[in-house]
Ligand binder design. Structure first.
Ligand SMILES: [Zn+2]
Ligand SMILES: [Zn+2]
Length: 665
């Protein structure tokens, strides 16, 4: 339903054409093996990172000159021009303290491009996901024969998509231009940014992926699970600059609810594009890695043509609370519950939260058991990468739990969203090896994602039934968001001061509100564009124009079979309205039915008398024509569907799926 609405909106605007939903084949794992790719797949923390760090260090001591140097090293015209501009303006390197953070550069209005051909000279900005929705982020930048992809995420299925495992973007635009793809840059490792990478990698063997250490580990794991080993994965650190075709991309460290999150500063031949990624401004980050606001200010000062800014928390005033606040709450909970076993459910990828729990447990002498597949995987990766520091002997296997008193145990588990197959859900239902009882305090350290509330509260109810105490979001400050609230969003816009702005990572209302905020900060409304899935914009040095859209939409992935739009609609009709099968046997030679029709119904409140009426209607329609030609038989099916639909609507206000089957003998 949501899809339909969105398609309609798009159609009304006449923007992207050929926008449709399609299906994807399940992975075969038979991707082409590429030995050189595999070698290159080894971690490369090499030269690029080092160079960038050097320039970062330089900038501290020399201010603006270093900024110029950093930009000069980028082999792109736009970058040089920007550096020139920065030098000309003689702006101080530190702009955080500037008095009036008001946007001064005003771009020209966003116009409609006359034709796509006009885009040949400009930079195409193509949205394949993540706009008008929170989920499956994917954007492509194209200049002539070079395409750079930013993120490649997935969305979780909803009640609108029964039987679907995953929703990913339609890759048609990318696969049709596969020879031009120079790389995929990843802002961070959340599913809505990396979830669809295996499906893209299957279609683009040899794809080069640039991401942070944790993102790379998560991506590699995903690829291994699906038996794909062709992409070249390159690890980048904050401050690194990489080249991909005519683009050069600088990765800038930001705070978020996962380690290794970046904003991207992309030099293109028409100027600089800045993508915020997902971020919040945490002044007291648990890992001590403060967001690189200085660099962001410098980038803003040297000129940003186009900014893509995340909009998730645009409705929330003020600033997002620091992750440390959760640590303080947990400290208090541990201190007042020293006589209990503590079970904490949280997101596996929030390594900083895991670290805070580990620190408390080590201080209190509690042993930790990581529970649930993704928790075990991700905590293992984070320890290997040195992101999660755990003392020898703190973490024990589940089998060793009985050796320690329950008050000296802490279980860190998946399932904070009430996911049906997760460890916590199984424990709550009494279906897990770990038995929950009155010795347990269960702490749910996350807020239910909208749509998951019922699942989460079912788990909480079941935990109470087993005698456990439960603490969750509405009772304590057990979770903080990873996304910037209004004040942080304003700061970002003020630091970057883009000529043109496109809000991303939000539902339609979020994008509109972010637009209004940008206007309130001095950006002309006409310099802001609202994108939808499939939208294509052309960025020139002095203009941003909307061009004809590209083929884009949702692709539904079902573990076992292909799912297309028709299948999905059928599933919905069947689950909501039931189905009717009408079996008719006709003798082709005589053009007459051979036997009385058979009627089978499922999921409809009908008694024998109703069925009899249906049979009568079928016989009536049957008697109206002969069945010698295929046309007649098709007509019969249509007429029968119309007649029966009218009957069921009048009889029980239902529109069941009607399947007339004509057997010809
Ligand atoms: Zn995220
Ligand atoms: Zn996200």
């Amino acid at each position: 339903m949501a899809e339909k609405v969105r398609n309609k909106e798009r159609a009304a605007k006449g923007a992207p054409k050929g926008n449709k939903d399609k299906s994807v084949m399940p992975a075969t794992g038979a991707a082409v093996k590429n030995s050189s790719a595999r070698t290159a797949g080894a971690v490369n923390k090499g030269a690029s990172g080092k160079t960038a760090n050097k320039s970062a260090a330089g900038k501290n001591s020399q201010g603006k000159t270093a900024d110029k140097k950093a930009l000069k090293s980028a082999p792109v015209n736009g970058a040089r021009e920007n550096a020139q501009k920065a030098a000309e303006k003689q702006l101080p390197a530190q702009v955080v303290s500037r008095e009036k953070p008001v946007v001064k550069r005003h771009g020209k209005p966003v116009e409609q491009a006359e034709s796509v051909a006009s885009g040949n000279k400009g930079l195409e900005v193509v949205f394949l996901g993540g706009v008008g929705e929170i989920g499956k982020n994917m954007t492509a930048l194209r200049y002539k024969n070079d395409i750079l992809i930013i993120d490649c995420g997935s969305s979780f299925p909803t009640t609108d998509t029964p039987g679907v495992d995953l929703i990913i973007p339609d890759f048609t635009y990318i696969t049709e231009n596969a020879d031009k793809v120079r790389g995929l840059v990843v802002t961070h490792g959340h599913e809505d940014h990396i979830g669809a990478i295996p499906y893209l990698a299957e279609k683009l063997p040899g794809l080069k992926i640039f991401a942070s250490d944790l993102s790379c580990a998560l991506i590699r794991h995903k690829l291994e699970e699906r038996g794909i080993d062709t992409p070249k994965i390159v690890t980048v650190q904050g401050g690194a600059v990489i080249n991909a075709g005519c683009f050069s991309v600088e990765f800038i460290r930001v705070s978020h609810s996962i380690s290794g999150a970046f904003a991207l500063s992309i030099n293109t031949p028409v100027g600089r594009v800045f993508h915020t990624g997902d971020y919040k401004i945490d002044f007291t980050p648990v890992d001590g890695q403060i967001m690189d606001l200085t660099r962001i200010a410098e980038i803003g000062d040297s000129g940003v043509k186009l900014m893509l800014g995340e909009s998730t928390n645009i409705e929330k005033p003020g600033t997002t609370i620091s992750e440390r606040k959760v640590g303080e709450t947990l400290e208090r909970i541990f201190a007042t519950n020293h006589d209990k076993r503590i079970i904490i459910a949280t997101f596996a990828s929030n390594v900083n939260r895991l670290q805070q729990i580990v620190d408390i447990c080590e201080r209190d002498g509690r042993k930790i058991v990581f529970n649930g597949r993704s928790m075990i995987n991700v905590s293992g990766m984070a320890r290997d990468l040195g992101l999660l520091r755990v003392k020898e002997g703190t973490v024990i296997e589940q089998e060793e739990m009985h050796k320690h008193h329950y008050s000296k145990q802490c279980l860190i588990t998946t399932g904070s969203q009430g996911e049906p197959m997760s460890a916590l859900t199984r424990m709550a239902a009494g279906e897990d090896k770990i038995e929950v009882n009155s010795h347990d305090l269960v702490v749910i350290s996350s807020n239910p994602i909208p749509g998951n509330e019922k699942l989460v509260y079912t788990v909480i109810n079941n935990l109470y039934r087993r005698g456990a105490s439960v603490l969750y979001g509405s009772l304590e400050a057990l979770h903080v968001s990873g996304h910037a609230c209004q004040d942080e969003l304003k700061l970002m816009l003020s630091l970057i001061k883009p000529e043109f702005f496109i809000p991303v990572h939000g539902e339609y209302r979020h994008l509109r509100q972010h637009e209004a905020m940008a206007v309130s900060l001095g950006i002309k409304k006409s310099s802001i564009a609202i994108a939808e899935i499939g939208s294509r914009f052309i960025l020139h040095r002095h203009s941003l124009k909307q061009a004809e859209g590209v083929e884009a939409g949702n692709v539904y992935v079902d573990g076992l079979t292909d799912v297309d739009n028709v299948t999905l609609r059928d599933r919905k009709v069947m689950s909501n309205n039931g189905m009717v099968i009408v079996l008719v046997t006709v003798a082709l030679a005589e053009g007459q039915p051979l036997a009385p029709p058979e009627v089978i119904t499922r999921g409809l409140p009908l008694d024998e008398a109703n069925i009899e009426v249906v049979r009568g209607l079928v016989t009536q329609v049957l008697g109206e024509r002969d069945y010698k030609s295929a046309d007649d038989r098709a007509n019969f099916k249509r007429k029968l569907k119309r007649t029966l639909t009218r009957y069921f609507d009048a009889q029980c206000r239902q529109k069941p799926m009607i399947l007339p089957i004509v057997i010809e003998v």
